[in-house]
Ligand binder design. Structure first.
Ligand code: CDP
Length: 233
């Protein structure tokens, strides 16, 4: 069964998707990390972020791998064409370029094909922007997470601090970058960020993490029963 978790930056997708996957013993696929890895690979090869043909070719040919730490079900490392980009994909310059890369249909076609191939083999929690609408329209459960933009920016700043406690952050800049990326992702022509008609929308602004997880796990239990019934028919 596929569980699709979509939503804007800082809505809690990654944390929630990982925890739900751990609880249910599902695999986990972070599709945003794939667009980010491609952005880093393009920059290090001197490819312009607008060059759709070259980017689509990279997306079709460069292998993206997720590294697993022994004993852990969840990937901790992202590697593209043998280069470990785990840190680089979270840098502000990658944040700034990724939406440009992700809006190009040739890029999306190549990465969506990989996402379908990766997740088709296992029960998987897949997180992104278009998972419930385009990548897995038949997902057993679709969740769309939202939250107030200021709360989302605050969460992202906290995450950055956890990743790099010594780093200086431009908080205002982080907020503005997040709003700009939302706008770019929601208004693009191909596969824009939006809730699928049959998604369950959850506003996490005033919810604690464990409340969000409990709610999704309850939905997942019901979805799993339906999925198993479907398999019997
Ligand atoms: O973690 P955060 O929510 O900030 O972003 P992400 O999930 O890592 O995704 C980074 C960017 O990749 C997004 O801003 C989108 O431009 C793009 N993306 C997409 O277009 N489609 C997806 N399924 C996932 C990400």
């Amino acid at each position: 069964m596929i569980i699709a978790i979509d939503g804007p930056a800082g809505s809690g997708k990654s944390t929630v998707a990982r925890m739900v996957a751990t609880h249910l013993e599902f695999y986990y696929l972070d599709t945003g990390a794939m667009y980010r890895a491609l952005t880093v690979a393009a920059a290090s090869r001197g490819i312009a972020l607008e060059d759709e043909a070259a980017l689509a070719e990279l997306a079709r040919t460069l292998p993206i791998e997720f590294g697993y730490t022994t004993g852990e079900a969840l990937p901790s490392q992202v590697v593209i064409d043998g280069e470990d980009v785990t840190r680089a994909i979270r840098l502000p310059e990658t944040d700034a370029g990724v939406s440009v890369v992700a809006r190009q249909p040739g890029v999306r076609a190549a990465l969506v094909a990989q996402q379908r191939a990766l997740a088709a083999q296992h029960d998987t929690v897949v997180e992104g922007r278009d998972i419930g609408t385009v990548v897995f329209p038949d997902a057993g459960l679709k969740v769309f997470l939202t939250a107030d933009p200021k709360v989302r920016a605050f969460r992202r700043i906290q995450q950055n601090e956890e990743r790099d406690p010594a780093g200086e952050q431009d908080r205002r800049g982080a907020y503005e970058a997040l709003i700009a990326r939302d706008e770019a992702d929601s208004s693009r022509q191909h596969s824009p960020l939006k809730a699928a008609g049959d998604a369950r929308t959850l506003d996490t602004t005033d919810l604690a993490l464990d409340e969000v997880i409990d709610r999704i796990l309850a939905w997942a239990r019901v979805a799993r029963l339906h999925h198993q019934e479907g398999a019997l028919q």
